[in-house]
Design a protein around this ligand. Structure first.
Ligand SMILES: Nc1ncnc2c1ncn2[C@@H]1O[C@H](COP(=O)(O)OP(=O)(O)OP(=O)(O)O)[C@@H](O)[C@H]1O
Length: 210
C-alpha cells in the first residue's frame, strides 16, 4: 500500500535520511522509532504528502504524486488519514464538524458510518455539538479516531498519537489502530513509546546522522 523507494531528505542543512526504502502492506502496522530529531515526523509528513522529498519516490496505493499538487490532494483526500500528538482538531468547530473534515475518503465495504455512530464507537455518544476546545485531551483524540472511523482511509499515519494521553486513552488509541489494520489499512506510527512499538509487526529505527 505504501512503497518508499530510496528517499533522501535534508532539513536545516542536515541530512535526515538517505536512500531509505521500505514498504507497508495493507493490514500491517509499522512503528518508526529513533532518537529525537532523527526525522520521524518529517518522514511521516513526506509519506502523508504534506512535505516534499529531496530525492526518491513514495507510492501510495500504487500512485506517486511526484510534484503534482493536484494528485497529492486527491491521494490525501481518498487514501490518507492522520492522527497527531496534539489531536489536529479545529478548536472552535464542533465535534461533528471536525469529524466531517475527513470525508469523503474511501468507503470500504457497505455503508459508511455516520458521525453519531462513530462517536458512539469511541465512547463519545451525544457529544457531537460540543466545541472541540471544550473536550479533554483524551476526548479530543477520540474525536480524531472517530474521524478515521468515518473516513476509513487505506493508510493511517500517526505521529506520537499516545504521548499526550493517560494509560486508558493510550490503550484505546492503540486498540483502534490495531482494528484499522485488521480491517485492511496500512498503519505507520512514529513513537518514542516502547509499548506502542511493541504492538507493531515491524519496527523501523532511524538514527541521527550527526
Ligand atoms: N520546519 C522546520 N524547518 C527546519 N527544520 C526543521 C523543521 N521541522 C523540523 N526541523 C528539524 O528537522 C529535524 C527532524 O525533525 P523531526 O521532527 O522530523 O524529528 P523527530 O524524529 O520526529 O523528533 P521528535 O522525536 O523529537 O519528535 C530536527 O533537527 C528538527 O529540528
Amino acid at each position: 500500500m505504501i512503497q518508499v523507494d530510496r528517499v533522501t531528505k535534508h532539513r536545516g542543512g542536515r541530512l535526515l535520511w538517505r536512500d531509505l526504502s521500505f514498504t507497508v502492506a495493507r493490514g500491517e502496522v509499522l512503528a518508526l522509532t529513533g532518537p529525537s530529531g532523527c526525522g520521524k515526523s518529517t518522514l511521516l509528513d513526506c509519506i502523508g504528502l504534506i512535505d516534499s522529498l529531496d530525492a526518491g519516490t513514495i507510492h501510495v496505493g500504487g500512485t506517486d504524486a511526484g510534484r503534482s499538487r493536484r494528485r497529492a490532494r486527491r491521494l490525501r483526500r481518498d487514501h490518507l488519514g492522520y492522527l497527531f500528538q496534539d489531536f489536529g482538531l479545529v478548536p472552535d468547530m464542533t465535534v461533528d464538524a471536525n469529524i466531517r473534515i475527513g470525508r469523503p475518503g474511501r468507503s470500504r465495504g457497505a455503508r459508511r458510518m455516520t458521525t453519531a455512530e462513530a462517536l458512539e464507537r469511541v465512547g463519545l455518544a451525544g457529544r457531537g455539538s460540543d466545541r472541540a476546545h471544550d473536550l479533554s485531551g483524551g476526548e479530543q483524540q477520540r474525536v480524531a479516531l472517530a474521524r478515521l472511523v468515518v473516513k476509513q482511509p487505506d493508510v493511517i499515519l500517526a505521529d506520537e498519537p499516545t504521548s499526550a494521553l493517560d494509560d486508558d486513552n493510550a490503550r484505546m488509541v492503540l486498540d483502534a489502530l490495531g482494528d484499522f489494520a485488521s480491517a485492511g489499512a496500512a498503519v505507520i506510527v512514529a513513537t518514542h513509546a516502547a509499548p506502542v512499538a511493541e504492538r507493531a509487526a515491524t519496527v523501523l529505527r532511524l538514527e541521527r546522522t550527526s
